[in-house]
Design a protein around this ligand. Structure first.
Ligand code: ATP
Ligand code: MG
Length: 450
């Protein structure tokens, strides 16, 4: 590259976001809260690869769906010709892993996952090409009890996050035979009103007419509202299952509305389907969607195993958290080490390690491109870090074997500072921080059982 030619900037891929340090504490708060709620119901974490065989998604999601028709990032592995896809959702991979590792051999399993998903959609608020989901899959459970439990778990998460105005929509889509009878009547109904269908609906009419009910086209709302309702086609067993879910929700005071138009377009979904919806996010108002998929595992050659799950969109939920106000987020550190001169720097390193040993978070000032920085500029950094204390060491302190420990939380002029011998600095700041107020930084050591 010639000296005066500026290097060309490379930007991120459209629709794929960076999570910046300003937002990451909020994400972490969301993820930690979700994880602890999942654990409080006995769910266990599973991690599957981001890439799977394209065939897995085609079969699990179904050929006539938005995802498989037009949203998948599929490619041929240049090394060996394998047909691969960046996962557009989490259920398919989890189900594959459950079968591959015979995970339900000893009985049902409650599983959860989180991670990035990829769909080639038109990017807009709440809709990205890489987005993150946290999901749960309860595998091997047949009854309405687990359906209700999954829903109540979500409810608890919204409560723990302090999110209001997320409402539950519930429906049952019955089984394949019930849907078949409904489908026949639905096609007849739409054919009789063919002039009211838009192009997409016309195309789907004979492939996946159920999906037409999901249309967002305002001109078709009246038509789909008057269409035959799948709920009216359910028979005894499906009705009993649905009533069972509702009974548990009612008993636990979980409000919901039955939305007969709520369908999951996916081929293998059956019985319970639900969505958690908010009005606060504009058009992208669904923050969590779930349902039962009893036939899926057998369709993959596994032993017939009922299952039910949900997935929530993290971006949309974090946006709701932002709208709810500023949650108290942790400071970058407890202690900021300010130092000047080589001897002071050496002492600062030693003290920083000892304060970390005591379980506190320490940022040690390090040189920037502009140099090590004056006391004044280091103190500014200390202030910006949110640290409770600055520990300051210069030539005078080295000569006297002491550090200045300055409280950063008081008002500018009456903020306290003490001169503390090196040997006592650790105890001093630990006492002040842990003794003073609720301390939320200290990390316990991980204990391993051998
Ligand atoms: P939509 O009808 O909005 O396209 P969907 O049925 O495709 O939703 P699911 O596959 O059920 O969505 O995914 C579950 C949740 O994941 C959604 O409710 C949403 O919160 C989130 N989600 C789905 N697609 C995206 C995306 N492209 N960007 C951000 N979040 C998404
Ligand atoms: Mg979608």
């Amino acid at each position: 590259m010639s000296e005066n030619k500026k290097a060309e900037k490379i930007t991120g891929v459209k629709g794929m976001n960076d999570l910046l340090p300003t937002d990451s504490p909020l994400w972490e708060l969301f993820e930690n809260t979700a994880q602890s709620v999942l654990q409080s119901y006995g769910f266990q974490k599973i991690v599957t690869p981001i890439i799977e065989d394209t065939a897995l998604f085609k079969r699990a999601i179904g050929a006539v769906t938005d995802i498989v028709e037009k949203e998948m990032y599929s490619f041929t592995d240049a090394m060996n010709g394998d047909q691969l896809t960046l996962r557009p959702e989490g259920t398919a991979g989890v189900v594959r892993a459950v079968i591959e590792h015979n995970l339900v051999y000893e009985g049902p399993k409650r599983l959860w996952y989180k991670g990035p998903m990829f769909r080639h959609e038109r990017p807009q608020r709440g809709r990205y090409r890489q987005f993150f989901q946290i999901g749960a899959e309860a595998v091997g459970f047949a009854g309405p009890d687990i359906d209700a439990e999954l829903i109540m778990l979500c409810r608890r998460l919204w409560d723990d996050l302090g999110l209001e105005g997320i409402r539950l929509e519930l429906n049952s889509i019955g089984d394949a035979a019930e849907r078949q009878r409904h489908r026949a009547d639905l096609i007849t109904y739409f054919e009789a009103n063919a002039e009211l269908l838009d192009a997409e609906a016309t195309r789907r009419l004979h492939q996946n007419p159920l999906r037409i009910l999901d249309t967002k086209n305002p001109a078709m709302q009246d038509l789909v509202n008057k269409a035959p309702k799948l709920l009216d086609y359910l028979e005894a067993e499906s009705i009993a299952h649905f009533e069972g879910v509702k009974r548990i929700l009612d008993h636990n005071n979980i409000p919901y509305t039955v939305n007969p138009r709520l369908v999951r377009g996916l081929d293998y979904y059956n019985r319970t389907v639900f969505e958690w919806v908010t009005d606060a996010l504009g058009a992208q108002g669904t923050v969590c969607a779930g349902g039962r998929y009893d036939p899926l595992i057998a369709s993959f050659g596994g032993k017939p195993t009922p299952a039910v799950g949900f997935a929530m969109g993290i971006e949309r939920l974090v946006e709701l958290m932002k709208m709810a106000g500023e949650p108290a987020l942790p400071a970058q550190c407890d202690v900021y080490m300010v130092h000047q001169g080589e001897a002071a720097q050496m002492q600062a390193f030693v003290l920083a390690e000892r304060i970390r040993d005591a379980g506190l978070d320490v940022v040690l000032h390090c040189a920037a491109a502009s140099g090590a920085g004056s006391f004044k500029s280091q103190m500014k950094k200390a202030d910006g870090s949110g640290a409770a204390f600055a520990v300051i060491i210069g030539d005078d302190e080295i000569a006297n074997h002491v550090a200045i420990v300055k409280s950063m939380r008081g008002a500018e002029d009456d903020s306290q500072q003490s001169t503390v011998p090196f040997d006592e600095v650790v105890d001093y700041v630990v006492d002040q921080i842990v003794g003073d107020h609720d301390h939320d930084h200290g990390h316990d050591h991980v204990h391993y059982h051998h």
